[in-house]
Ligand binder design. Structure first.
Ligand SMILES: [Zn+2]
Length: 52
């Protein structure tokens, strides 16, 4: 049998990552942020509220 396992991606996740301005943890792009990613500064709603 020929070896055909080329459809697998290894460690090359195209999702961008940011650092939360409140807790300092890195968080990954999410679909709900697709339109506002440039404005996203916090990993969660909780952190966003904590910033005020
Ligand atoms: Zn956070």
């Amino acid at each position: 049998m020929p070896h055909k396992n080329t459809g697998k991606r290894k460690g090359n996740d195209p999702k961008p990552i940011k650092i939360c301005a409140v807790c300092g943890k890195p968080f990954e792009w999410r679909k709900k942020w697709a339109k506002v990613w440039d404005e996203v500064k916090y990993c969660s709603e909780r952190c966003r509220r904590a910033a005020h």
